[in-house]
Structures are given as structure tokens and as C-alpha cells.
Design a protein around this ligand. Structure first.
Ligand code: MCA
Ligand code: AMP
Length: 503
């Protein structure tokens, strides 16, 4: 019997008294303890009628138990679908319906609001709270610490992660055992993670970065994590002394640099700082080195592909670049209309292929065909070029996307809400430079002839429809949107016009 992902990342540590999670209250959870609870959770999932291949959606706090639920899904052959706790009931409803989740796990505090949503989607509802309580752990408490791991093939699905798009509704990227495992093993090796490492973990665990990169790499190495509930500057500064490595989005590093307590002495013992999910400005890279003596290692990935490229561990970590293709990953830069590879130094669209690349979008064969070529290359929607030394530079995006503090916001989704508001004729949503978040969202609104728009009501409608982090930080009312000769809204003109909106 084999389950490659579980066997390699988890089962090897069963019974080991080695540390896995260092918690803010001073407790340390061992691998043995974590895996015993994982088996109990796996029994509880089976006791709730779940069979291999079923989807388990979780909108739960960052906690050891949420990681246990992830591990239990892998052990029981279930497809794990983590959801941002910031998502509204409307958003959750779509994810449950679309994925056909059989089980939905949420916080007790949201149970009343989400019970109807879960019921309508035909999912069983269990709860799991940030303090480890809830109906799921209650159900698991008396069950066995030994669970017969469900057999899985490398091509079997292990997780769904939703990603929005420039058109249409969010799509679930189907990630296989092989996608997650190959990337975890490659990154562990590439970044030299070992059982001695303690990773400072302040990222959310409902996205690739915090879950499949940070957590899976730590598991593959047999190391441990200092698991913080979120990025809190004081807590991160406090935890650095016990860590050997840290992974973060650029906002983590700019916030650290803005704090005088973040000194060369504080991090002299650290082995590695890694950045990704959004562009790290060369200026931040250089300031970081001046302050600490460490050069941040920047890498590039996507929900659909896990990690694709990385700056080298040894060798030059080149600021403003995302390094070289990872072993086993092919990267090419192509001409968007013909798909032909362009000469090095020329900007084109970035395409990637490898064991890390997802299987497609759940029940969306047309969307899958648009982005995943028959030869296995995935069209990322990012624009880049390869320099004379082979480093990949990301220079822009071929997709309408704002990345704010490492979270993706698809303007189309926000424009759809804005356009539906009384008195709004049309809207355009853009990102503008923001010192803390990299980019922040602006909504530009055109009222209908003679109408007045009520900004407070619009903000209320946005808050109900979409997670707070997606809501525009500024709404600007204009008479008309700039358009080109074809009638297309010129977002580049708007971006230029409002580039200082947050400075
Ligand atoms: C929180 N808020 C935000 C963001 N985060 N607004 C815009 N962009 C954000 N990123 C809003 C909240 O809704 C709230 O709004 C207010 O800011 C304060 O919330 P709080 O939670 O206190 O914010 P914070 O602690 O300052 O959070 C900022 C953060 C966090 C630490 C940068 O967003 C974060 O941890 N980002 C990491 C995202 C990440 O892991 N991305 C990886 C996905 P209000 O006051 O109105 O209620 S991408 C990925 O996985 C790919 C594959 C890759 O390559 O890695
Ligand atoms: P997501 O869909 O949330 O997985 O976000 C993936 C997108 O984040 C990529 O397509 C890039 O646009 C962006 N991204 C990830 N890492 C980097 C990086 N190091 N530099 C620039 N953009 C990045």
C-alpha cells in the first residue's frame, strides 16, 4: 500500500519525539503527537461518511489542528480545500457548490451564518476553532491513533486551491500528489533544508506559499516551524532568535526593515530568508543586505504550478530576478500570439512545464485548454525575459491582476460588484503603488447620467460580497473612463493618473 505524499512527508515521522511545531504559548508539538492526532482526525473524517476523492473544505484559523486536518485528508485520500477565513458567506457558498465538497469545516463563531450555506451545498458541517476545540476534534478524541493510510497514485488529486481569473468565476486548480511532493522534495534540496531547521512561519496556511511551500518543505526535511498565527511585527521579531530560516511576502521584509529592532545582530544566526508571491523590489533586496548582511533568496511560483524558479542557494542571488528554473522544471518565454519562443533578452509570456504543474481546473475543460497546452506547458499570464546569464526577470503581467500584500485580487470580480450598484454606469479597478502592500486597490466609478452614487452604500455592498482585503482602499468618481480607439478601457492611463494615490 502506498500513498506517496503521506509516506514521504508525514509517515516517516510517526512515533518520532522530534519537534514539529513550536507554538506561541511555549508548547512544542512533536511529530509523534501530530501524527497521532492526524490518525484520529482521519478516522473522524471516515466516520462522517467521507470516501477517497471527496472534497473537504476548511475555513478555519491558522492552528496546529488545521494543519492536522490537512494531513488527515492526505492520509485518508481526501482532497483538501483550504479557504481564506476572510471570505464572505457568498464566496464560501460558491466554493462549496462548485467543488461539491462533502464536508465543510468552519469556526464555531461562523457556524450560524454558514450552516445554511453548507446545507444548501449538501455538505456536512463540523467545526474547528483556533484553540483546537470544535465538533471535529470532539468526534476524533476517542478514536484510534492508528489509521490505515489510504492508497493513492501519484496522479491522484490531493488538493484544490481556488484562483480567480480575468473572466468568469473562480476556478479550482486541481493539484495532484505528485505536484505537491515533487515540488516539496525539490525545494528542500535546493534550499538545503534539514532536520536542524526551524522555519519562522507567519504566512497564512490557505495558500500555496504557507501550506505547500513552507509546511511541506519543513515536513520533507523533518525540521520544525515556529508557527505564528499571523504576521505580527512584535511576535516575528521575538521569534527570530529561535529560527534558522524565514519565508515571507515582500511586505514582511519591508515591515521588518521599517523597525529599528530588526538589526544585523538579531538575525546574524539565520541561515536563509526567502521571498515570493509578489515582486521584491531591488531596493528592498539591497536595503535588506545593507542592514543584515543577508541576501534574500527570491523565487517565483503560482497556485497552479507551485514553485517554478528560484535564485540559487550558492551563487549570486540577483536582485530584481526570480532566478533559474528549478530542477525538472522547463521555463520558456514566448510570443503571446504565436507561442514561439523569443530570443533571450526579449520580453514575452512565461510558460512552465514540469511535475509541479497542475492537472487542470476542476470541471472547466475549456479554461484548462486555454492555459494548459497539450505538450504540458502552462501559460502563466506573467511577462518576463531571460537575461544573458539565464536569470528570469518578471517584468509585468499579461493578466488583469492586482497583488496586494501577497494576496491576489482580480479587478473583474470587484468591477462586477461595483457595476451592479445603483447609480453606477461602469467601473474600472486598478492597483496603485503602496509602500506597505506593494499595490493597493482603487475603484474608479462612472455614475449614470444624472445619478449620484452613495459611496457608503457601495462600500457596504462590497463588504458583503467580497473579502475585506479585496475591497478598494479608495473609490474615485469620474465622468468617464479613458478608452482607446477600439473602445477598450485604458487601465494603463488610469494607473498613471493615480500612481501617487497612496503616497
Ligand atoms: C489584510 N488586509 C489587506 C491585506 N491583508 N488588504 C489588502 N491586502 C492585503 N494583503 C486588510 C484586512 O482586510 C483589514 O481590513 C486590514 O487590512 C487589517 O487586517 P490585518 O489582518 O491586520 O492585516 P495585516 O496583518 O496587516 O496583513 C497584511 C499581511 C497579510 C501580513 C501582508 O495580508 C499576509 O500575511 N499576506 C500574505 C499573503 C500570502 O501568503 N500570499 C501567498 C499567496 P479592514 O481594516 O478593512 O477590515 S500567493 C502564492 O501562494 C503563490 C503561489 C506564491 O508564489 O507564493
Ligand atoms: P497566485 O495565483 O496567488 O498563485 O499568484 C501567482 C502570481 O504571483 C504569479 O503569476 C506572479 O504574477 C506573482 N508572483 C509570485 N512570485 C513572484 C515573484 N517572486 N515576483 C513577482 N511576481 C510573483
Amino acid at each position: 500500500m502506498s500513498n506517496p505524499l503521506f509516506d514521504r512527508l508525514f509517515a516517516r515521522h510517526a512515533g518520532q519525539p522530534t519537534p514539529f511545531l513550536h507554538l506561541p504559548d511555549g508548547r512544542t508539538l512533536t511529530h509523534a503527537g501530530f501524527l497521532a492526532t492526524t490518525a484520529r482526525f482521519a478516522h473522524a473524517l471516515a466516520a462522517n461518511g467521507l470516501s477517497p476523492g471527496d472534497r473537504v473544505a476548511a475555513q478555519t484559523a491558522k492552528s496546529p489542528e488545521t494543519l492536522t486536518l490537512y494531513a488527515a485528508c492526505v492520509q485518508a485520500g481526501l482532497i483538501y480545500l483550504p479557504l481564506n477565513p476572510a471570505y464572505t458567506a457568498d464566496e464560501v457558498s460558491y466554493f462549496l457548490e462548485n467543488s461539491g465538497a462533502r464536508l465543510f469545516v468552519c469556526d464555531d463563531g461562523n457556524k450560524d451564518a454558514l450552516t445554511p450555506v453548507s446545507k444548501a451545498a449538501g455538505a456536512t458541517l463540523l467545526t474547528l476553532n483556533g484553540d483546537g476545540s470544535g465538533t471535529l476534534p470532539e468526534c476524533a478524541a476517542s478514536l484510534s491513533e492508528i489509521f490505515d493510510t489510504v492508497e493513492r497514485a501519484p496522479d491522484d488529486l490531493a488538493a484544490f486551491l481556488y484562483t480567480s481569473g480575468t473572466t468568469g468565476r473562480p476556478k479550482a486548480a486541481m493539484l495532484t500528489q505528485e505536484n505537491l511532493l515533487s515540488n516539496a522534495v525539490t525545494l528542500t534540496d535546493h534550499w538545503r533544508f534539514t532536520a536542524e531547521d526551524v522555519l519562522l512561519h507567519a504566512l497564512p496556511i490557505f495558500h500555496t506559499h504557507g501550506l505547500f511551500v513552507a509546511t511541506n518543505v519543513t515536513l520533507a526535511a523533518g525540521g520544525s516551524m515556529s508557527l505564528l498565527p499571523k504576521f505580527d511585527l512584535d511576535a516575528v521579531i521575538g521569534a527570530l532568535s529561535g529560527a534558522t530560516a524565514m519565508m515571507g511576502v515582500p511586505t514582511f521584509y519591508t515591515r521588518l526593515l521599517d523597525d529599528p529592532r530588526f538589526t544585523r545582530d538579531l538575525v546574524g544566526h539565520m541561515r536563509l530568508f526567502i521571498s515570493g508571491s509578489a515582486p521584491l523590489l531591488a531596493e528592498t533586496h539591497n536595503r535588506f543586505e545593507d542592514r543584515t548582511g543577508h541576501r534574500i533568496l527570491e523565487r517565483y511560483g503560482m497556485t497552479e504550478t507551485n514553485m517554478n524558479t528560484s535564485n540559487p542557494y550558492d551563487g549570486e542571488r540577483r536582485a530584481g530576478t526570480v532566478g533559474f528554473p528549478l530542477p525538472g522544471v522547463d521555463v520558456k518565454v514566448t510570443q503571446p500570439t504565436t507561442g514561439e519562443t523569443v530570443a533571450d533578452g526579449t520580453v514575452g509570456q512565461i510558460e512552465v512545464r514540469g511535475p509541479n504543474v497542475f492537472k487542470g481546473y476542476w470541471q472547466m475543460p475549456d479554461k484548462t485548454r486555454e492555459e494548459l497546452r497539450p505538450d504540458g506547458f502552462f501559460i502563466t499570464g506573467d511577462l518576463g525575459k531571460i537575461d544573458e546569464d539565464g536569470y528570469l526577470h518578471i517584468v509585468g503581467r499579461n493578466k488583469d491582476l492586482v497583488i496586494s500584500g501577497g494576496f491576489n485580487i482580480y479587478p473583474k470580480e470587484i468591477e462586477t460588484v461595483l457595476d451592479a450598484q445603483p447609480g453606477v454606469l461602469e467601473s474600472a479597478v486598478i492597483g496603485a503603488p503602496h509602500a506597505d502592500l506593494g499595490e493597493a486597490v482603487i475603484g474608479v466609478l462612472v455614475p449614470e447620467q444624472g445619478a449620484t452614487v452613495n459611496v457608503d452604500e457601495i462600500n457596504d455592498a462590497l463588504a458583503k460580497a467580497v473579502a475585506r482585503f479585496k475591497c478598494p482602499r479608495k473609490l474615485i468618481i469620474v465622468e468617464a473612463l479613458p478608452r482607446n480607439a477600439m473602445g477598450k478601457v485604458q487601465k494603463n492611463v488610469l494607473r498613471d493618473q493615480y500612481r501617487d494615490a497612496f503616497s
